[in-house]
Design a protein around this ligand. Structure first.
Ligand code: ASP
Length: 442
């Protein structure tokens, strides 16, 4: 059994967070590979080390003294070193590193140092071998990771050293320069390491106990989703839930290595497991009231297009209306349809100044009898992989909303039955989500 762990910045913000990480790693001997971010914020007024490094780079570029910012960085690392009782002279290493930095030094190199220093400290603290990301994470000239070479190198280093700590966020270009991923890129490093080493699980340790069933700003203390598929995750994140970006976990997804989102501050919480599919169905998932999550977005509009006895002309009319939307550069979200009418649901922010022109253009078209605009619509998605072929789900959703006097403006369900989406008025948005959560959270 091999577990690859990635710890985010808030899990590594100071010595007490380092101590939590050590407990977590040492509680399971299969936790052999640790990927670290740079120290994050200790509280909401604090700075992320990576942000300070970007600032240093700007100061150097514009010839402004960066000593004050450097001191903030140095003291963060020295603080961690002292709190953890480590012997690495990290203050000296920080100073030496920055003594060599000038206007010519690349931004990627400067900002990568946050992870680099942190991994050195964490390696000493855990008694694991420090392996620099430049030793194994290799980019090609086009900026893509060279999977073959990187995998071979990481396997070799893992075989030699057994337990390792490596910095996230960056790797090396063929010419030897450091190159970083986009912000938040340590998640990618962790996923690559897990995939290259064929880990049994990729544990992504952060400061939340997994993915929540619903936005905690709307529902108080919502439950954590125990298991979610990538398809469900995509539905939830598309509808506004802030969850791990799919692209970042692509390497583990393609190898079907489960991703486990865990909370460093609550290590006993099992968090959320993300997988392509779950073979076995758990007892609670068989319940009529089981769903994975609820997500929603506000501020949509609906244009309803009506033509009496529309018949076969419907297709042409639909094409015409969609061409108009295309010309106005308005993305279309849904097209619910009736016998002599259809509606186009779209995000209101794309309407802005174009509202009157758009309505006139549609109304002037010969093939349309009338059209009307409704603004202030919210879309809510109820997502669950277990909904397919389970009868009565939509009935229960509509009853719950109806019983609470919430009018449903639109309804949509794809044939994969993973998602039922309802449109309600913006003023009912939060109440609708609460009602649905109360009805479907077991
Ligand atoms: N430290 C980098 C950032 O703040 C990368 C990471 O934490 O994933 O974006």
């Amino acid at each position: 059994m091999l577990k690859v762990l990635k710890f985010g910045g808030s899990s590594l913000a100071d010595g007490s967070q380092f101590a939590k990480v050590k407990n977590i790693v040492e509680s399971d001997p299969s936790r052999e590979v640790v990927v670290v971010s740079a120290p994050g914020k200790r509280d909401s007024d604090d700075n992320k080390i990576t942000d300070l490094l970007y600032l240093i780079r700007a100061h150097i570029k514009y010839g402004v003294s960066h000593e004050g910012v450097l001191e903030m960085i140095r003291s963060r690392y020295v603080g961690i070193k002292d709190e953890c009782g480590l012997s690495t002279d990290i203050g000296k290493l920080v100073d030496e590193t920055f003594a060599d930095i000038n206007k010519e030094t690349s931004e990627d190199y400067i900002v990568s140092r946050g992870e680099y220093f942190n991994a050195i400290l964490m390696a000493e603290y855990l008694g694991f071998k420090f392996v620099d990301a430049t030793e194994w994470l290799m980019f090609d000239y086009d900026g893509k990771v060279n999977n073959q070479k990187s995998e071979a190198k990481l396997k070799e280093l893992k075989d030699i050293y057994g337990k390792i700590v490596t910095p996230g966020f960056y790797g090396i270009m063929p010419g030897g320069e450091v190159r970083t991923f986009p912000r938040g890129g340590s998640d990618i490093t962790g996923a690559l390491a897990a995939a290259f080493l064929d880990a049994d699980i990729y544990e992504n340790w952060t400061d939340v106990s997994g993915i929540l069933m619903v936005d905690p700003r709307i529902v108080k203390n919502p439950k954590t989703i125990a298991r979610v598929t990538y398809d469900e995750l995509r539905e939830l994140s598309y509808m506004g839930a802030s969850v791990l970006h799919e692209d970042t976990v692509f390497p583990v997804r393609s190898k079907d290595i489960p991703v486990n989102i865990r909370n460093t501050n609550e290590p006993d919480n099992p968090g959320t497991i993300i997988r392509e599919n779950f073979d076995e169905i758990l007892e609670e998932e068989k319940s009529d009231r089981f769903i994975t999550g609820i997500a929603g977005k506000r501020h949509f509009s609906i244009i309803n297009v009506y033509k009496s006895r529309i018949g076969e002309a419907k297709l042409g009319l639909l094409r015409h209306v969609l061409a108009v939307f295309d010309r106005y550069d308005i993305p279309v979200e849904q097209i619910p349809s009736g016998v002599d009418s259809f509606s186009v649901v779209f995000p209101s922010n794309n309407l802005k100044m174009k509202k009157h022109e758009l309505m006139h253009e549609l109304a002037d078209f010969d093939g349309i009898d009338s059209c009307s605009l409704t603004e202030g619509i919210s879309l809510i998605a109820i997502v669950s992989r277990t909904m397919a072929y389970k009868t009565g789900m939509s009935g229960r959703i509509f009853t719950a909303l109806g019983d609470n006097n919430i009018n449903i403006r639109t309804i949509q369900q794809g044939a994969d039955e993973i998602n039922i989406m309802v449109g309600v008025f913006d003023e009912d948005f939060e109440r609708a989500i609460q009602v649905l959560y109360d009805k479907f959270s077991l």
